[in-house]
Design a protein around this ligand. Sequence first.
Ligand SMILES: *[C@@H]1O[C@H](CO)[C@@H](O)[C@H](O)[C@H]1NC(C)=O
Ligand SMILES: *[C@@H]1O[C@H](CO)[C@@H](O)[C@H](O)[C@H]1NC(C)=O
Length: 386
Amino acid sequence: MEVSKLSLRFASRVIVVLAYILIFFLVLYLWISTPSAKEIKHSFNETKIVKETWKNKKKVVIYAATKFFNMDITTERFLSKCHSTKGYCRISEDPKDLDVADAILFHNADFSPEKVPMPRLRNRPHVIWSLESPAHDSFRPLKDVINWTMTYRLDADIWYPYGHFVRRKSPQQVDYEAIWAAKDQTKIATWLASNCFSQNRRFDLIKKLIDKGLPLDNWGRCGKTPPICEGVSNQGSPCVVDLIRPYKFYMSVENSNCLNYVTEKFYETLRSRMAVPIVLSRKFYRQLGAPDDAFIAIDDFKSLDELIFHVKKVAADKELYLKYHKWRETHEVKPEHDDTTGFCELCRRLQNSDLGSKSYADLAWWHGYNTCDQSIADRFLGPPTG
Ligand SMILES: *[C@@H]1O[C@H](CO)[C@@H](O)[C@H](O)[C@H]1NC(C)=O
Ligand SMILES: *[C@@H]1O[C@H](CO)[C@@H](O)[C@H](O)[C@H]1NC(C)=O
């Protein structure tokens, strides 16, 4: 009697302990197997994408119901990097193709309600595309017109970033000497911009940094005419690479600070210009999977003086400066047009037999000013006046 009671108590203890162990491993498993948002987005397995698409040879047509800032939306311009769907996906602007179209695409800035085909082809996804932040673009279509969004937002249905990071399969050697040799030792920081007035007061911040002693060459419409790249004040031109590459730092400050809004200024600084971006706020870049040591964030510092002291120190110290390039061993930056994102991803998505069923009831809110924080510079500039 006594013995069986004892062994019963012992058995129940064992069960409790086993249950704890089980729960522990369950939690551990869930924790390991649930990737964070940024991991989902940059763990693209390109071999897998290519193989899957190779099997799926369904031909798809995207009907462009609008222009792109009044320019044509063509297969040549937007699908040329889509190796995995080459020959199986095309864009058409010809209304005759509306009947065979697999999706209907609208570029937001060119959208008008008349562009939505009547009667609406309800069984084809209607896709809204925008590369602008909500500070400069409010989404126009009404309730339940749009099924999919195609933007830089991580949670867009089709992710269309200005660039993105991928982890290298194996570490790569970096030619640090070449990076250092490309730098002109008299050139520290630079900025090139065409939009000098923005609500986040980035230009005021740049002017204050110069006043406080940051050696910064300010090119473009907000500064001086560049010695090369005459008249070019946008980021796209190849001569911009030659203009910026000799500098150690580039002021990569966006015209607005909205969720996931990071433009080619940042990615191209790392990719083609081989410089270190100085950004306004770390959190925006961290969310996108940017390695922490690939850039300098102004909001890491207590004051602009401390930031300037740090930038000057790093610029003068080869070893310290090259540490900001160490991420290149493990990561690679992909450009805006890339087989894994944007239009190429839209093509692949349309090859699926099940497209699901969703639509946006409040698109204006989804892409709204509520996703922006324009007050980051206030900490360094004081509250805005006027
Ligand atoms: C990518 O997918 C292929 C095929 O599924 C697999 O063999 C390979 O290990 C994957 N690579 C990575 C880096 O996940
Ligand atoms: C698109 O939205 C409409 C309207 O809500 C809906 O009827 C249709 O099923 C949706 N299609 C897809 C592919 O999500």
